[in-house]
Design a protein around this ligand. Structure first.
Ligand SMILES: Cc1cc2nc3c(=O)[nH]c(=O)nc-3n(C[C@H](O)[C@H](O)[C@H](O)COP(=O)(O)OP(=O)(O)OC[C@H]3O[C@@H](n4cnc5c(N)ncnc54)[C@H](O)[C@@H]3O)c2cc1C
Length: 287
């Protein structure tokens, strides 16, 4: 339960942080809220020789409107997301999801950047970012680039981040006025990661689903966009047959691990139920 030895660095700018990471190489890791990395270090599942703490890095915090997008600094905590009136009114599904992460103590420290950069299939924000069409802004020694959330996740703890690259902000287009949304998460107890979870954002027109995106958390090695599930409900009034079809289509792409949260068949079954509940709640909220 005691981490291995490491050196601690506290840069003040993105340029300095990126330079440090490039110089220190594979043995260095950025440290954000520490609520995924430090437990891994205590278990000796991660043994970085250098930690580059991002807390003093200028410009990594905050939530701002940029035209029709919301831009969130990587070091913005889950607690700060929950306290933001702008997030509650413009991106209510982000508020709803942040509230389902762990407990207040974790949310005071854990950052949105750490949550999406971590690559843990159990993190709740990545599937939501895919559903919201978010873009990640990355900065490294060879410059800056943008990567769509939907293209970022490549395997468990394996993302599009190049060694030494930092995620500095997340940019999310504002969903359509009157959109419906829901994040449904089944967990064993308060504060637990998802046994299965589903994110839905949709719009309605003339009593029918006009657009829809469905995301899945902890039901594969990476977060998933359930495109066939979304297609199954578009053009329908979300009758029972369409709901069932969406659940079956979503279950077809799930490949969860069999672990303490349940065997594969159980997790797929409850995954389908999360999809149906999220769709129903999203439709009820749509205007
Ligand atoms: C008891 C407990 C329960 C939890 N339950 C949940 C839950 O239900 N749902 C959930 O989603 N999460 C849960 N978490 C995880 C929590 O949300 C973490 O805070 C989050 O996963 C990581 O964010 P962090 O800021 O703590 O990152 P850190 O732990 O500091 O970093 C995580 C990883 O991301 C890298 N990293 C961090 N920031 C950046 C960046 N800006 N650029 C590049 N790489 C970066 C780090 O090097 C590290 O590899 C739980 C944690 C605990 C301790």
């Amino acid at each position: 339960m005691i981490p291995g030895p490491f050196s601690y660095h506290r840069p003040a700018t993105v340029a300095d942080a990126v330079k440090l990471l490039a110089t220190l190489g594979d043995d260095a890791r950025p440290l954000a809220g520490g609520h995924s990395l430090v437990p891994m270090m205590k278990l000796r599942l991660a043994t970085p020789e250098h930690l580059v703490d991002l807390h003093d890095v200028d410009g990594l915090k905050g939530i701002r409107r940029d035209g029709s997008r919301i831009v969130i600094g990587a070091m913005t905590t889950q607690h700060e997301l929950l306290a933001s009136e702008e997030i509650a009114s413009l991106l209510p599904i982000l508020h709803e999801t942040a509230l389902l992460i762990a407990d207040p103590q974790v949310r005071y420290c854990g950052t949105i950047g750490g949550n999406v950069a971590n690559g843990d299939p159990g993190n709740d924000m990545p599937a939501l970012m895919m559903v919201l069409d978010a873009t990640y802004h990355l900065e490294g020694a060879s410059g800056a680039r943008e990567v769509a959330a939907s293209e970022f996740y490549q395997g468990a703890y394996f993302t599009a981040l190049e060694p030494g690259e930092l995620l500095t902000s997340i940019s999310i287009p504002l969903p359509a006025d009157g959109h419906g949304y829901a994040y449904e998460k089944l967990k064993r107890k308060v504060g637990d990661y998802a046994t299965a979870a589903a994110a839905v954002v949709l719009t309605m027109a003339g009593g029918k689903v006009a657009t829809c995106k469905v995301g899945l958390t902890n039901l594969s090695e990476t977060p998933l966009l359930a495109e066939d599930a979304a297609k199954a409900v578009i053009g329908t009034s979300l009758d029972d047959a369409a709901l069932k079809k969406a659940a079956v289509a979503a279950e077809a792409i799930m490949a969860p691990a069999s672990d303490a949260r349940g065997p594969v068949e159980y997790r797929k079954h409850v995954g389908g139920i999360m999809v149906m509940r999220a769709l129903q709640r999203a439709v009820a909220r749509a205007k």
